[in-house]
Design a protein around this ligand. Structure first.
Ligand code: GAP
Length: 445
């Protein structure tokens, strides 16, 4: 993980936030390539939810919702973790994660032991961030930053039914920021207090819930593998009864082999009719479906694939990160699926003279209209290739002396390092073709 954190900073993917003020725990800012990669992850999720099917619609709900939403959802009473305080080092730990905790004062913990701390009794700590709305701070102005995007979907169930002309089985999808005052964070962007979620609530007839739960488990596993995650690094693990969230009758997690071990990447829950019934009770609005044909009235059951954008991004980076020796030199390469790569093609003049920069710039300007491209002139060609390898650029186009003679360039493949000579004029079509092809990671399983 340390190598990945260093690479992400060195190459402008992810920076610790507020660094010039000494940093603020577990908060990160995304740099240029981080933003591009994150956008690609979100675009692929939207593509799989909206473009590749016609039974899901999108929504973008507010972060601050009516406080009753969180009473109805059960978060106010039940979204807690057991917390203990240390009287010695003043740190807080999750009572159920003590084995992984480290005392801040006495880091003398032996392997397998809890922190060497003077701990208080465990008490329940609510993970929601509280804030106040409006100019006057009083008890009536308390509100919460949403801890999940899901509730913004449930409270819009009626709006969507009315205006989107959908009927079960159908889904509502959302990507947005969520906030949790996590007690223990760490492991880079795996668990942070501010993060983005990609959630979809799929509303079905009650007797079809199990079938759709199976469907979404398969679909979501497929999404990760088609985007290049090696299947050996993924498992689907069903929750034991004592792990289930208050709303869930069955949940399976897709776990990924992160550097700290297999951990949750995405949860796929069968939420039953819990949320629609709760919001019906608390709001007084009937949230149900009336089937005009069968004259049947029912509260749909909900299947929810819930993923984290940042966590997915970490999994894609971890799975892609590779080092190898090429002709006696160490090469670091991010073997990202080309669809996820922040830059698809780099255009490089071999040297900064003999008209090569001008020709390379022309090629770049034509290419960037069709495909995310970058022009790179500074430093030796080897150094520029290494930089592009580290940010995961799948293809490099080099303009050399021969280009002026016959209009051809070399096309270098990030993974195989194969270099082929192709006419510059054919690049847009050729690269579009390559981008559309299936891709599997060349890294061993
Ligand atoms: N609506 C259901 C729900 O929120 P969850 O398992 O608590 O379920 C879903 O969250 C996903 O959101 C997780 O699988 C994870 O990918 C991401 N996630 C949750 N808490 C996170 C955190 N503190 N930091 C980063 N990602 C988080």
């Amino acid at each position: 993980m340390d190598e990945i954190v260093a690479m992400c900073k060195r190459r402008g993917f992810i920076f610790p936030s507020s660094e010039i003020y000494g940093g603020v725990g577990s908060t990160y800012d995304y740099g240029h390539y981080g933003v591009l990669l994150k956008n690609n992850v979100k675009a692929e999720w939207w593509r799989s939810m909206l473009q590749e099917r016609d039974d899901i619609v999108a929504i973008d709900s507010a972060i601050i919702q009516h406080p009753r939403v969180w009473e109805a959802s059960g978060h106010l009473a039940g979204f807690t973790d057991p917390m203990v305080d240390c009287r010695t080092c003043k740190l807080r730990f999750r009572a159920d994660h003590l084995d992984d905790a480290q005392c801040g004062r006495k880091p003398s913990k032996k392997p397998g032991e809890g922190p060497d701390c003077d701990l208080t009794e465990a008490r329940e700590f609510n993970l929601m961030f509280e804030t106040t709305v409006g100019p006057v701070k009083d008890s009536g102005s308390v509100a919460y930053l949403r801890p999940e995007t899901a509730q913004g979907i449930f409270i819009n169930f009626k709006n969507v039914l009315q205006f989107a002309r959908v009927k079960p089985p159908f889904g509502i999808a959302q990507i947005g920021k969520s906030f949790r005052n996590e007690i223990t964070t760490g492991n880079f962007i795996f668990r942070t207090r501010e993060f983005e979620q990609m959630e979809m609530e799929f509303f079905v007839a009650p007797d079809e819930a199990e079938r759709w739960h199976e469907h979404w488990m398969e679909e979501r596993m497929r999404w990760y593998t088609e985007l290049g995650i090696r299947a050996d690094n993924l498992v689907l693990r069903a929750h034991d009864a004592d792990e289930l969230s208050h709303y869930s009758s069955a949940t399976s997690d897709i776990e990924y082999r992160f550097p700290m071990g297999f951990s949750e990447l995405e949860g796929i829950a069968n939420r039953g009719d819990f949320d629609l019934r709760q919001h019906t009770e608390f709001s007084g609005e009937k949230l149900e479906y009336f089937d005009q044909q069968t004259k049947e009235r029912y509260v749909p059951h909900v299947i929810e694939p819930a993923a984290g954008v940042d966590r997915a991004m970490l999994a894609f980076i971890v799975d892609a990160y590779d080092t190898e020796e090429v002709e006696g030199r160490q090469r670091t390469v991010l073997r990202l699926h080309p669809k996820l790569a922040p830059v698809k093609v780099a255009v490089l003049p071999l040297v900064s003279r003999d008209g090569m920069p001008e020709r390379a710039r022309e090629i770049f300007e034509a290419l960037r209209l069709k495909i995310p491209s970058e022009y790179d002139e500074g430093g030796s060609i080897g150094k520029r290739y290494r930089r592009q390898d580290e940010i995961g650029t799948p293809w490099g186009v080099t303009v050399d002396g021969q280009t002026a003679e016959d209009g051809t360039v070399t096309l270098r493949d990030r993974d195989s390092l194969e270099q082929t000579r192709v006419p510059a004029a054919e690049l847009p079509e050729l690269l579009a073709e390559r981008l559309a092809q299936e891709w599997t990671s060349p890294k061993p399983g």
